[in-house]
Design a protein around this ligand. Sequence first.
Ligand SMILES: *Cc1c(COP(=O)(O)O)cnc(C)c1O
Length: 975
Amino acid sequence: MSQTAASPFPGLAELEDAEAFRRRHIGPDAHEQAHMLRVLGQRDLDSLMRSVIPESIRRDAPMQLPAAVGEQQALRELRDVARENRVLRSFIGQGYANAHMPGVIRRNVLENPAWYTAYTPYQPEISQGRLEALLNFQTMVADLTGLDVANASMLDEATAAAEAVTLARRVSDHASNSVFVADDVLPQTLEVLRTRAEPIGLQLQVGPAAQAGQGEHFAVLLQYPGVDGGVHDLRELIGGLRARGTLVIVAADILALTLLAPPGELGADIAVGNTQRFGLPLGCGGPHAAYLAVRDALKRQLPGRLVGASVDAQGNSGLRLALQTREQHIRREKATSNICTAQVLPAVLAAMYAVYHGPEGLLRIAQRVHAYTALLADGLLAQGWELRHASYFDTLTVLTGTHTEAVHAASVAAGINLRRAGEDRVGIALDETVEREDLLALLGVFAAVRGAAAPRPGLFEAAAAGIEPRWPRSLARRGAYLTHPVFHAHRSETEMLRYLRQLADKDIALDRAMIPLGSCTMKLNATSEMEPIGWPEFAAVHPFAPAEQRRGYQRLAEELQAWLAQATGYDAVSLQPNAGSQGEYAGLLAIRAWHHSRGDAARDVCLIPSSAHGTNPASAHMVGMRVVVVACDSQGSVDLDDLRGKAREHAARLAACMITYPSTHGVFEPRVREICDIVHEHGGQVYVDGANMNAMVGLVSPPEFGADVSHLNLHKTFCIPHGGGGPGVGPVAVREHLRPFLPGHVAAGEGAGAVGAVSAAPLGNASVLPIAWMYMRMMGAQGLREASAVAILGANYLARRLAPHYPVLYSGQGGFVAHECIIDLRALKDSCGITNEDVAKRLMDYGFHAPTMSFPVPGTLMIEPTESESLAELDRFVGALVAIRAEIARVERGEWPRQDNPLKAAPITAAVALADSWEHAYTREQAAFPVPELRRHKYWVPVGRVDNVWGDRNLQCACLPVAEPAAQQPEAQAA
Ligand SMILES: *Cc1c(COP(=O)(O)O)cnc(C)c1O
């Protein structure tokens, strides 16, 4: 019988409510949306979309995605996917080790939105917690490598090595363009180096480390210990190389450095490596924080982020990102690298592992690993096996000869993965998770193959009184490291817990307030999306485990690729790039390789509009393209005449044009088809920067309007949290003709493909992919489309509400913006000396993170609310900006002096507001509680405005000595 009219119950589908998650993800509910639409004079979301998006580019084909399911159902389905992975005990090594993340760090950092939902610390005053954590990371790496300065993380060890090589090329005046790479570097490092070297004309010569001194090379890359475990004293070799003007890069195992003489002491100029084994799960290859450390003379060449100390307006010390890491937008193609999003959260986790264990704890972990390795070696020798090296730290290479396959078969049967080190050898790498039973199991595998006696539990007695280290005495590490009190003061769990809480409390993340950063898409990172990344079926998989053990990851990747292809309209997607910048790089490589495949090798010009994000020209430079800048018109759109002229002028050499859509100015340019046509007519390919995809999913499809390739930022549009500046995932999506030119991966058994690998691991930051999978699974096509529409609704609502108070700089058809809007503050500087920076800092006193400052237009703020912010939060934000405008008006009217007002004083610390003396034209109350709501809920900045210029002149990038007196007065306070 069908439903009776009288039933008090809604229909079953409504009760089952498969779309429930959508209402959790999208902030404004139906009533709120209706209100916002009324403000905009629109009937419904569809009519708003028709008003905002030019008809010529509206998407035709709906997305073919599985229908949305609820959180529990999605988790169940993903659990099934995860179970297709087979988790064996991994002793593969090759740059990835099992590790224990201390529970206090897992729960209070990795699982704490105060850490994982924060943005990159561009606004230092609301980022002191994570800046301190990153400074700890830098200190840890500098100490352990024995070098002077380390940056705040690299994307992975392989790309860190590539960045080290290009750094060396920049500073070296050596005539040779050749790099010598020792043949015992990690194979994935060599793969990425090959990819990165070719387009910029660098030659790689690979051979035994001992031969590094033969031939002319501007740089040499050595691995320490080598991938096969060998530990050698490199001093003499390095000394000889440096005497000949060759720069020496040493890729070093961070744990081994607690025991072995560090690269700096061996004479290296640069050290690179990975900090994964400081507590992070294997995660099928990422995310992990790699590191790069240099001698002092090279510090201004460091790629990536560098945290340094400076002083605030009161002369107290305050941390901030140092100059070169903020200059990408200024230096463009001359930037030190294209790295933007890095690996902040993994770096924080690794640094906290060192804070928690301290030098003694790390040493004990390393000593135990080595003691077990020595026992294993002795046991294998006793069984009659031969080892490749007598000197090792945690990795043995067993010369298994004709037994090799039998050893692998027996180990897998015993639930153990060993490294396929070659046809006649097997690698075994131990780590901090190894227990006595593991050693017995390993020895049992080898004994069975050889028909030797099973190992006796009594073998551990041999080490009862300690072992002799198995490396040359000359390599014993001397001198203290990690001497700073931060690595000593938090040894009890109570102290650690409070330290983490204290740092988190200093910062504004999404758990406090909206983060309206234009171009950054700070939307909800739902808990149910985050939960699966901790499942052992995802976390404990080695990236180079046999493919049949990684089926779950493969299915996860295939589904996500298919869904992302639907969401964008492209034909093929690679998930390997581990940040947007790396997706740009991979996309441009694909374009380059396609031209080459057609015999069009001369095409090397890349047109880029002046408004482009700084990573665009930096990436083009890295694939050997010449950047030609295209002008923008007064509306912020690409100047079509200039584009046509430049395309014609460079027609014979045109490789690509990189545009952003909707434009970096937050507008749907109606003539984007024409842009694409012009580029195609002149033989170029169109790269659309997909960072703004949050305005397009389900509404506009870039390939439909003419794009050939895009990268996506899963950490923007698809809900992977920013982590305070990483991890990210930057898939590259292409049309069919570019499919053959997506990245490959030999180390993972996939074949190099036409362009090789761009990341150390085949799926890049694989273990955060479940986040994006969950998001898409729970939203479905309708939910994703609604998310885009509400993001656009929110931006237009803000623009409309703010317009009476601040000029909104650009708009498209009908006066509408896309998913973000720019407010123009330049006139205020003339009228009363107030700058966009003053407004950004004052917003902190109101409890908000500032919008994007001075990108893409200097002197402006770019606001992106995303679909996740409720009407109440949007209104609170408008309220703050309106109140700030009233404050500015008082300065304009002369009621408050130009130099003495809450905007110039902002952000205002509690110490300043409560100081005994108060000699300002405004009251303490006006300073601290400008709107009543702040009395109930107030965020206090831990430092006053931080002086960037002073810090850059006095570069100080390691933990400050504790007794440091308040720094001297800054030389120049005003820029
Ligand atoms: C964020 C962003 C990028 C860079 O992406 P990362 O993931 O930070 O490397 C590139 N272009 C635009 C427009 C962006 O907003």
